[in-house]
Design a protein around this ligand. Sequence first.
Ligand code: TK8
Length: 336
Amino acid sequence: MKSLISRRNFAALACSALASLCAPAWAADVKFGYGTAEEHSQGTAARKFAELVAQKTGGRISVKTFGSAKLGSDVQMQSALQGGTQEFMVGATSTLVGTVKDFAIFDFPFLFSNTKEADAILDGPVGRKLMQKLESRGLVGLAYWENGFRNTTTSRRPIQKLEDFQGLKFRVMQSKVYLDLFSGFGANAVPLPFPELYMALESRTVDAQENPLALIDSQKFYEVQKYLSLTAHSYSPFIVLASKKFWDAQPKDVQEAITAAAREAGTLQRKLSRETNETLLASLKARGMQVNEIAPAELARMRERSQAVTAKYSQELDQSLLAELQSELNKARAAK
Ligand code: TK8
């Protein structure tokens, strides 16, 4: 036993010097799952997170990443984290509303006008308080990454005005806010887990969906959707989560190293996400998508219609958090 410990100490020393080369046999192997294709910035940042965790823990924690929903949908991964059979994931905050309903505030249509506002709220007290609400549900929030502003694609017709949503079979995330939003727009909204979406579009089980440009590109939705309409109706954050069971078993320095790694990888991820929007639009057009913007007057009508959804969920959510959201948003707007 004694010699084993000293061997470990020696290995730990060697590893903190040469962390990326070093995978000690006794390192804790942990799983990090995510839903997008590996080339999406979510994947790049997941691999960066793994690298940083190895470095910052001197090789004590070895993270293996699994993209393309190989470990299941966001909701399935959340359950695995709660049960302690999976340690980490990153996914859309919208898929958490069944666990902590207050996450629905990020689903409010037209909440943020730009990424600066989003960053201010997510990285400020509102984002932090929402994360704290996860702990009693067996989850630990580590950092917010970015999915982005969501746009609409369809196989039937471009969305140019509110009436164009009428009767479209429209896939939404598993969040009641999205369900009500697109039902309110007149679509036939169907909640579906993300891993089933491509097939549902291909088989025409659904006609339409909404996601940020980077996802439309990396999931190859352009193969099965003709029209891209730049509705930018909501901003979608990603959240990096840890299993509380795993977390509570870690010493404080490891917890701090992991949190720092999630944030640092998040800085890279947001940067990548923001750099690519222009080129993505060009490449989606080159892939044959017909792209249109929404005329300001028509966008105003969509905004107006969406207010009923915000009003309805505002009544059901944490009132003090909503008040803080509003005052933090006002601050962020005044600061620019
Ligand atoms: C993958 C999903 C996806 C989300 C969706 O992480 O379901 O449409 O936008 O990004 O969570």
